[in-house]
Design a protein around this ligand. Structure first.
Ligand code: UD1
Length: 374
């Protein structure tokens, strides 16, 4: 990136792109830090990859995000259609906005599609949460991660493994900045609101007497064998304690399509609920005895909250959560899941340490670096 921050002392116009649920909590602290610096003009672009009230609007409310300056309304579709639609829809607004910089976060389809268009328009791209690798190329996000990193001018990382991955792929050290985790910025900043949520009470639960399950990854819910292995483990677990399952729309669709309703009909302590907003969901997680998930972000949030996490995946692009955090990688192996749960119920839990720079100040570090380099 070349230096342009001094041009007439104008604020730096920074387009920040969000599309899907896990993006919203990453954008919020960046926008806040830009505002605080007084040197940026943040412009929020929502692609509309996620569009339901529960998957999008609730997060804007909970995180005090400003109304998007631009809404592209691309919606769902195949990967090709979704990316193509973002690319087509974002070009014109970028021509009008003429940003000095585009910030993309995470690894969803909207992240790569937006980054690619900006790169072709010679708008420098900064990627927040760069360098993560699961080394599983069947995972759609893995392709998005690698490609986004290789067209970005600034890469902001959350853990040491990401720095090593980028170095191995030949990305110049000077572009890479180890800053910590913006999602944990949001978690720490929201603590008061999270503590005040009544969701645990409202669900007639008590802290530490329930588990939380989230599941939406294609490798688990589009594959009947994997899905059945996980559901039969959960069916067993709910005999011991209630399992709250805020269900992703994709998962709900797959249960109907694969005819898996019986796992729910025979499970009186499995509490299926609609997806929750950010604050209520974090309160639910904070109070759980343990969490079972295939989400990327939740592996990190449970580590930050010191809640045991069974990661329902064979690989993780966030190894620090298993190395020093509270996560145990169990895949879709019923025996491994049940063994880990039985350990937790007998008090055998990983204490877990908080990874370096997961201290609530990652966005501030990013903005300082961007100020010097844009
Ligand atoms: C996307 C991201 C994934 C992220 C997840 C969080 C990609 C490749 N995947 O996966 O990394 O972990 O978001 O949720 O970008 N749907 C609705 N309403 C919505 C959104 C989706 O009903 O607001 C349904 C649609 O039927 C859609 C399906 O969910 O086809 C999947 O949505 P999509 O955005 O394609 O992928 P996710 O599985 O949500």
């Amino acid at each position: 990136m070349k230096s342009s921050s001094n041009k007439n002392n104008q604020p730096i116009r920074a387009a920040i792109v969000v599309g899907a649920r896990p993006n919203f909590m990453k954008a919020a602290p960046l926008i806040e830090a830009m505002r605080r610096s007084g040197r940026f003009e943040p412009l929020l672009i929502h692609t509309g990859q996620h569009y339901d009230a529960a998957m999008s609007d609730a997060f804007f409310r909970d995180l005090d995000l400003p109304k998007p300056d631009v809404f592209l309304g691309v919606g769902s579709g195949t990967h090709a259609a979704q990316k193509a639609n973002v690319m087509l829809a974002i070009e014109e607004p970028l021509k009008n906005i003429k940003p000095d910089l585009m910030i993309v976060v995470g690894d969803v389809n909207s992240t790569l599609a937006a980054a690619l268009v900006a790169k072709k328009m010679q708008i420098p791209v900064a990627h927040v949460e760069a360098g993560l690798r699961s080394f599983d190329e069947t995972m759609p996000e893995e392709v998005n991660r690698v490609l986004t990193d290789h067209i970005s001018s600034r890469l902001f990382t959350t853990e040491e493994a990401a720095n090593r991955n980028l170095r191995r792929e030949g990305i110049a050290d000077g572009k890479v900045h180890f800053v910590g985790n913006v999602m944990i910025d949001t978690l720490l900043a929201s603590k008061k609101k999270i503590d005040a949520s009544h969701v645990v009470n409202d669900l007639n639960l008590n802290d530490r007497e329930y588990a939380v399950l989230t599941l939406h990854r294609p490798s688990n819910v589009d594959n009947k064998d994997s899905f059945v292995r996980i559901l039969s483990a959960v069916q067993k677990i709910q005999e011991t304690l209630p399992v709250v399952f805020p269900m992703h729309p994709r998962t709900r669709k797959q249960i109907a399509e694969l005819g898996l309703d019986k796992y729910f009909d025979d499970s009186p302590q499995m509490k299926v609920i609609e997806p929750l907003g950010y604050i209520d969901f974090m309160r639910l997680v904070a109070g759980a005895r343990f969490v079972m998930t295939d989400s990327g972000g939740l592996q990190e949030e449970t580590t930050a909250l010191k809640v045991p996490c069974l990661t329902l995946r064979r690989t993780t692009e966030r190894p620090v959560t298993a190395e020093i955090g509270t996560s145990i990688i169990v895949g879709d192996d019923k025996n491994k899941i049940l063994k880990a749960v039985s350990g937790i119920m007998r008090g055998r839990v990983k204490n877990g340490k908080i990874p370096k720079y997961w201290d609530g100040r990652a966005a501030e570090r990013i903005i300082k670096i961007l100020l010097k380099t844009v």
